[in-house]
Write a new protein. Structure first.
Length: 454
C-alpha cells in the first residue's frame, strides 16, 4: 500500500529535523514524514558512546550568531550547555602559535616571521587589486602575501582539500579567513597576541552527552521520525520514493538533505545536463580517529592545525576540553582528522600508526601513554570542493529539482560549506518556502522570531 504525505523529508539530521519541526510549528495540518537511514537522529552531527567516552563524529561546536537560531538552540539544550573561549593553535616548525596564523607568528623561526610580515606589508603598501573570479591561491597571495601563503595558507588548505588551490574559488571562505590589520600582524610577530579573531572566537558545547543531545532534543520536539529507513529510489516525475521499511511513499513536495551528488544518483529521470552536473561535483572524505588516553589534561588547547606534510592529519582536537563529562575521570579524549580523496584505499592500521607517531613527535602523546579506547568514524562526503565547476553544477541541479518540487538543503543537500546553526536555519527557511511564507529576516540578514500559523 502506498503511503501519501504532503512533504517527504529525506534525512533525520539537523536540516531535516528542523524542516519537520518548523512545518509542525507553523502549519499543524501539513502532513510530513522524516525518513532516516540510521537508528537515531542527527546524522553526522551525532555521537557514539564507547568505554565510558562520548565521541562525536568529528569536532562539532556551536557558533551562534543569529538571534532566532541562538534562541532555538539554547532552548533545546536548556541547562545542558556552556560557553568557552576558543583556544586554537597551529603547530609548525616545531612550535605552537596561536590561530589565526596570519596574526600570530611570534615564536616561529626569525626567517619565517620576516617572510610573513614583509609579505603581508607588501599587500598593504603595494596592494594588487582583488578582482572577482580569482582562484583561492591567488586570493591568498594578494590578501596575505607570499610568506603567510607559503608557510600556512597554501600547505594547510592543500592538505585539507586535496585539490590544487589554483582550481578552487574563494566562494567558501567568507568569514572563515579574516584579514588582520597591519598593526595586528606586526604586534603578533613580536608578542603573544591574545586578541580573538574570526567568527568562532567563542563557542558553546553540551556539558553532558556530546553533540548528540542537540539532534535528540530537536527530534523529541518533532515527535515522529522513521529510523532504519534507507532511500532506495526517487521518481521525480511520479513524485514517489521507495524507502526500505516503508515501501512506496507518494509526496507533493520533497526535501532532500542527503549529499546532493548521492541524491542525484538515486533520483530519476534526470536530463543529460543534470547528470553531467552531478559528475562535476567533487568532495573529499575525512577519516576521523577518536581516541581515549589514560592520562588527564594532556593539553590545555581545544584544537590544533597541522599544515606540514610530515603529519598525516590536518587537525587534532581535545573533546574532553570541550566538556570533562564526556570522558572518564583521569582520562583525555581526542579526535584526529585526515583528509583523503573519495574512494581512495585506506589502510586503517597503517594510518593509525602514523597518527600516533605524529602525536608523539609533536609531544601530545608520551611513549608510555595507554589508549583506553579508539574508534574510527569515517565521513565519506565531508567537505564539498569549491572548484570552478561547483557553482554552475549546483545551479543546474537545483534549477531542475525546483521544477520538480524538490528542495535540497543543509550542508550536504545544499552542497556547501556551513555550520550547525546555519543548517538549522536552512530547515526553517525551507519550511517557510514550502508553506508559501515570506522568508523573515531583519536588515542584517538575521532570522526574526515567527508566530505560528493560526
Amino acid at each position: 500500500m502506498t503511503r501519501k504525505v504532503d512533504v517527504l523529508i529525506l534525512g533525520g539530521g539537523l536540516a531535516g529535523l528542523s524542516t519537520a519541526y518548523h512545518l509542525k510549528r507553523f502549519s499543524p495540518k501539513t502532513s510530513w514524514l522524516v525518513a532516516e537511514k540510521r537508528m537515531k537522529p542527527g546524522g553526522l552531527a551525532g555521537s557514539v558512546e564507547q568505554d565510558g567516552f562520548v565521541f562525536d563524529h568529528t569536532g562539532h561546536l556551536l557558533h551562534l550568531h543569529d538571534p532566532y537560531g541562538k534562541k532555538l538552540i539554547l532552548d533545546l539544550l536548556g541547562d545542558n550547555v556552556h560557553t568557552l573561549d576558543r583556544s586554537s593553535w597551529i603547530y609548525s616548525h616545531g612550535v605552537y602559535t596561536r590561530y589565526p596564523f596570519q596574526a600570530n607568528t611570534c615564536g616561529l623561526p626569525p626567517k619565517v616571521v620576516q617572510d610573513c610580515v614583509a609579505g603581508f606589508m607588501k599587500t598593504v603598501h603595494r596592494p594588487r587589486p582583488v578582482p572577482p573570479g580569482l582562484s583561492f591561491k591567488e586570493w591568498c597571495l594578494r590578501t596575505f602575501g607570499e610568506g603567510i601563503s607559503k608557510h600556512f595558507m597554501v600547505p594547510y588548505n592543500e592538505k585539507l582539500w586535496n585539490t590544487p588551490l589554483d582550481r578552487m574559488t574563494t566562494e567558501w571562505q567568507g568569514r572563515f579567513l579574516p584579514k588582520p590589520l597591519p598593526e595586528e600582524v606586526l604586534y603578533g610577530s613580536l608578542f603573544d597576541q591574545r586578541k580573538f579573531f574570526g567568527y568562532n572566537a567563542s563557542f558553546r558545547y553540551p556539558i553532558r552527552g556530546g553533540i548528540q543531545v542537540l539532534p535528540d532534543a530537536l527530534a523529541a520536539r518533532v515527535g515522529s521520525v522513521s529510523y532504519g529507513c534507507e532511500i532506495r529510489h526517487v521518481d521525480l516525475a511520479e513524485k514517489t520514493a521507495v524507502i526500505s521499511g516503508l515501501g512506496e511513499v507518494r509526496y507533493e513536495r520533497l526535501v532532500n538533505t542527503m549529499p546532493l551528488k548521492q541524491f542525484l544518483g538515486i533520483a530519476s529521470p534526470l536530463p543529460a545536463a543534470v547528470r553531467a552536473a552531478r559528475d562535476r561535483m567533487k568532495f573529499v572524505s575525512v577519516y576521523n580517529l577518536n581516541i581515549g588516553i589514560a592520562r588527564a589534561n594532556i593539553s590545555d588547547k581545544h584544537w590544533i592545525y597541522f599544515p606540514e606534510n610530515k603529519f598525516p592529519f590536518y587537525r587534532a582536537g581535545f573533546t574532553s576540553n570541550f566538556s570533562p563529562k564526556i570522558a572518564p575521570k583521569g582520562a583525555t579524549s581526542m579526535y584526529i582528522e585526515v583528509s583523503r580523496k573519495p574512494h581512495e584505499q585506506v589502510d586503517f592500521d597503517r594510518l593509525e600508526r602514523g597518527i600516533l607517531d605524529g602525536l608523539r613527535a609533536c609531544g601530545i602523546l608520551k611513549s608510555g601513554d595507554k589508549l583506553l579506547s579508539r574508534v574510527w568514524l569515517p565521513i565519506p562526503c565531508a567537505y564539498v570542493v569549491y572548484d570552478f565547476e561547483r557553482t554552475p553544477a549546483v545551479r543546474t541541479a537545483m534549477t531542475h529539482l525546483a521544477s520538480r518540487g524538490v528542495e535540497s538543503i543543509g550542508r550536504y543537500g545544499g552542497w556547501k560549506y556551513s555550520f550547525m546553526e546555519e543548517t538549522i536555519l536552512d530547515g526553517k527557511r525551507c519550511a517557510e518556502r514550502l508553506l508559501g511564507r515570506a522568508e523573515t529576516q531583519d536588515s542584517r540578514g538575521h532570522d526574526r522570531e515567527l508566530k505560528p500559523l493560526k
